[in-house]
Design a binder for this molecule. Structure first.
Ligand SMILES: Nc1ncnc2c1ncn2[C@@H]1O[C@H](COP(=O)(O)OP(=O)(O)OP(=O)(O)O)[C@@H](O)[C@H]1O
Ligand SMILES: [Mg+2]
Length: 485
């Protein structure tokens, strides 16, 4: 006997007069569902809410799927599937949670809405969902966003060209290459935002993408109005997600600014990506992972955080030969100026160099407060001529010598002639200091920064050096000491 194939057609309800009305109603509803082209959406129900996490049942969705949760007032809140346990689905809202009651409906969305990419983004400020925040109207035009090209690590173009960032100390002493990823390590209030603003205004990159992730809301306006100004803003795209945004929104903002930078790189542009800060990105990831039950490891950070950072940072860099590049600066907060913070440690290991901003220098009024001796650009030897590299190393060595002996020098306890290198450091220190100090209003092009190094290291009979205030002070102290003995 052969089995009859099951008919996929909807059952036809006939002889309606013989069927009780309640069953007839159900059958007719079934008939209309079955005749639909797409099956009906299965909706879920919120059963529990702990902290920021919503637990729902009745859903069978993959991680990363977008949903809408209905509130009591009839609004909806966007949420994302971040985990599951048996038939429970964990959701994390993208917006602030308000008005969600037990049993609230959860409606899965078909696909996530991708933001369109293009030149229309220049000069605009958007949030983590790509919605405009600047009141300049909707973002119209651009290309449909597509998944970024995955680049085979072996076909990535090597970092071989310097990137002019417009900051003298970086251009000259810590030269950055196109496609390099650098960390900007600093405590709070040491001048990170001002330095990022200077780079945005004075760089020679084709476009600058700025991600303001998890910082104070007030700072976003301040950064845009005062630090960037209209000139900086003209070729920048700002993605902002302040500290009071939901952690998922902050993660999305970090990913969106990376995505925008990737788009411009795929268009063959030299893009500068500035993200303030990578630490806040890690903290947002920590909030989410802890909320869905991942155990904490180092300093409360669950292990997944340490795999998310490389996943984000590795997206920057050069494209294949002949393509564009994403040169990225990530600020890393060093809590209490502790450079051994686990995020700082993990960032330092994955990035191609780090620039340390020193509170001590900021207190002395040296801005940008770059501690050249503690900073390193790992690709510098491959992108600058040997002569430049040697000069930069010499400057670093002199600065380090001076700082090591600073206490002795300032109280006049150092005797000139005891160590020729310290003697030279004392003589050249004022010029070195002048070289590092830069007004936030004036850029320093790469060529000029390189040429100025020659002046600093000019032969000793340079009158500037002989008559420098510190050299004079040092000589006076030495003379007084000689008289006393
Ligand atoms: N190049 C500069 N020239 C003069 N002053 C500067 C310079 N850079 C920073 N400052 C001073 O340092 C202050 C703090 O700078 P900034 O806001 O950039 O610090 P931050 O590290 O971003 O702080 P936070 O951690 O609070 O975000 C500025 O308000 C400004 O007074
Ligand atoms: Mg700041």
């Amino acid at each position: 006997m052969t089995a009859k194939p099951l008919s996929s057609a909807a059952p036809h309800v006939s002889h309606t007069s013989e069927i009780p009305p309640s069953i007839l109603d159900r059958l007719q509803r079934y008939q209309s569902y079955a005749s639909l082209e797409s099956p009906p959406t299965v909706q879920g129900r919120v059963t529990r809410m702990v902290g920021l996490t919503l637990e729902a049942v009745g859903l069978n969705l993959a991680i990363g799927r977008q949903c809408q949760v209905c509130t009591e007032k009839g609004d909806t809140i966007d949420a994302e599937v971040v985990g599951f346990n048996g038939d429970q689905t964990f959701l994390m809202p993208v917006q602030k949670i308000e008005g969600i009651a037990p049993g609230a409906r959860v409606i899965p969305l078909e696909s996530s809405q991708m933001m369109s990419m293009g030149d229309h983004l220049r000069g605009r400020i958007v949030n983590g969902l790509g919605q405009p925040l600047d009141g300049k109207g909707d973002l119209l035009g651009g290309d449909e966003s597509q998944a970024p090209k995955t680049i085979n690590p072996l076909s990535r173009h090597p970092i071989d060209t310097p990137m002019d960032v417009g900051v003298r100390a970086i251009n000259g002493l810590l030269t950055v290459g196109q496609g390099q990823r650098i960390g900007l390590f600093a405590g709070s209030g040491v001048g990170k935002s001002v330095l990022l603003g200077m780079m945005t205004k004075f760089t020679r990159a084709d476009i600058v993408v700025v991600g303001l992730i998890g910082e104070r809301g007030r700072e976003v306006k301040e950064f845009v109005d005062h630090i960037l100004g209209p000139d900086g803003m003209a070729r920048a795209v700002v993605v902002a997600s302040p500290a009071d945004d939901a952690p998922l929104m902050r993660l999305r903002a970090a990913e969106l600014c990376t995505r925008i930078a990737e788009y411009f790189r795929d268009q063959g542009k030299q893009c500068l990506l500035l993200m303030d800060s990578l630490t806040r990105y890690a903290q947002a990831q920590r909030e989410i992972s802890l909320a869905i039950g991942e155990p904490p490891a180092t300093k409360g950070y669950p292990p997944s955080v340490f795999s998310k950072i490389p996943a984000l940072v590795e997206r920057a860099g050069n494209a294949d030969k002949g393509g564009g590049s994403v040169t990225a600066f990530y600020t890393v907060l060093t809590e209490g100026d502790d450079l051994q913070d686990p995020i700082a440690d993990s960032a330092r290991a994955i990035l191609d160099g780090h620039i340390v901003l020193s509170r001590q220098l900021a207190q002395e009024g040296i801005y940008p407060a770059i501690d050249v001796s503690a900073s390193i650009s790992r690709v510098m030897p491959a992108i600058v001529p040997e002569d430049h590299l040697q000069k930069a190393q010499k400057c670093k060595a002199l600065l380090s010598r001076y700082r090591d002996n600073k206490d002795l020098i300032t109280i006049g306890a150092y005797q000139a002639g005891s160590d020729p290198q310290v003697d030279e450091a004392v003589e050249r220190f004022p010029l070195l200091n002048e070289y590092i100090c830069q007004s936030m209003k004036k850029g320093a092009p790469l060529i000029e920064s390189m040429q100025m190094l020659n002046q600093i290291l000019a032969p000793k009979h340079n009158p500037n050096i002989k008559n420098s205030p510190l050299a004079q002070q040092h000589k006076q102290a030495a003379a007084q000491q000689a008289q006393g003995t």
